[in-house]
Design a protein around this ligand. Structure first.
Ligand SMILES: [Zn+2]
Ligand SMILES: [Zn+2]
Length: 275
């Protein structure tokens, strides 16, 4: 019997404190195993809404260390520990992730840890195992899935996109950054591409950080070229600044003009079964 695969977008927003969109975070559930990608603002609330106890998630994969993608990491680590995590947590991320986790878990929470350990908590399952991904390619193959990474261009910082292969099914989850020929190859024949789409080309051209991101036309071109079956867009920044939520819907329409597959405009809790 082939594996059950479900994608759930926990947070469809980005940096701004949008009340309807949490920060970047998503999960891919492969049978009973949960792979979590990024851990932005309210990611753990998103897990709870999806019915996934944080302590059961033992793989967290970070795309890059911009705060919108990682700000819920301490809460995720501590609530899993406090609830009685059964298996060690392993965190994958770009160069710098080990140092980030080391700094954000123990030093700020020294009093908390001492207090809980003093009341009988076992400190041994607190610290995650962290893998700084220093090379592209397969980073883990286990439990019926294979996870690969590619380096991506984004804001001059180490950044990764992830691909999960389960048998002949393929899901790609990007972080931030514009499409490239290498990323297009990486996405080839995906059943699902979960991509950032921060704003329209015109909007992004007017932002000092606009070149760091993907717009509907570049995304449509990449998804078409790569023969992707379905696209989910996330990291919907534009409406944060224009104040018009329909801007995200219109970006979906703009993608459909250049791409014949299915396009889903992300919202928190959106789930997609990969059959
Ligand atoms: Zn971001
Ligand atoms: Zn970023």
């Amino acid at each position: 019997m082939s594996a059950r695969i479900r994608f759930v977008l926990l947070g469809s927003g980005a940096v701004r404190n949008n009340p309807r969109r949490g920060g970047p975070a998503q999960i891919l559930v492969v049978d009973d195993h949960v792979l979590m990608f990024d851990c932005g603002r309210s990611a753990c609330t998103g897990l709870a809404r999806a019915g996934v106890p944080a302590e059961t998630v033992d793989r967290l994969l970070l795309t890059h260390l911009h705060f919108d993608h990682v700000t819920d990491v301490p809460y995720f680590v501590f609530v899993g520990w406090n609830n009685g995590r059964a298996r060690p947590l392993r965190v994958y991320g770009p160069t710098g992730t080990a140092q980030f986790v080391e700094r954000i878990v123990r030093p700020p929470f020294e009093q908390d840890i001492t207090s809980r350990v003093g009341h009988g908590k076992d400190a041994s399952l607190l610290d995650p195992d962290v893998v700084d991904v220093a090379a592209q390619g397969v980073v883990v193959e286990e439990r019926g899935y294979r996870v690969s990474t590619i380096f991506t261009e984004h804001a001059g910082m180490p950044s990764l996109a992830y691909r999960v292969d389960v048998g002949d099914r393929r899901v790609v989850i990007t972080g931030d950054g514009p499409p490239s020929p290498a990323l297009t190859d990486f996405c080839r024949d995906s059943d699902l591409l979960v991509s950032e789409c921060s704003g329209t080309a015109e909007f992004l051209a007017a932002q000092p950080w606009g070149a760091w991101h993907t717009n509907p036309q570049t995304l449509a071109a990449m998804a078409t070229e790569a023969n992707v079956q379905r696209v989910v867009i996330k990291h919907l920044v534009m409406e944060d600044i224009t104040g018009d939520p329909r801007d995200s819907v219109r970006m979906g329409d703009a993608i459909r003009e250049g791409y014949g597959g299915e396009v889903l405009v992300g919202e928190d809790g959106l789930s997609v079964d990969i059959t």
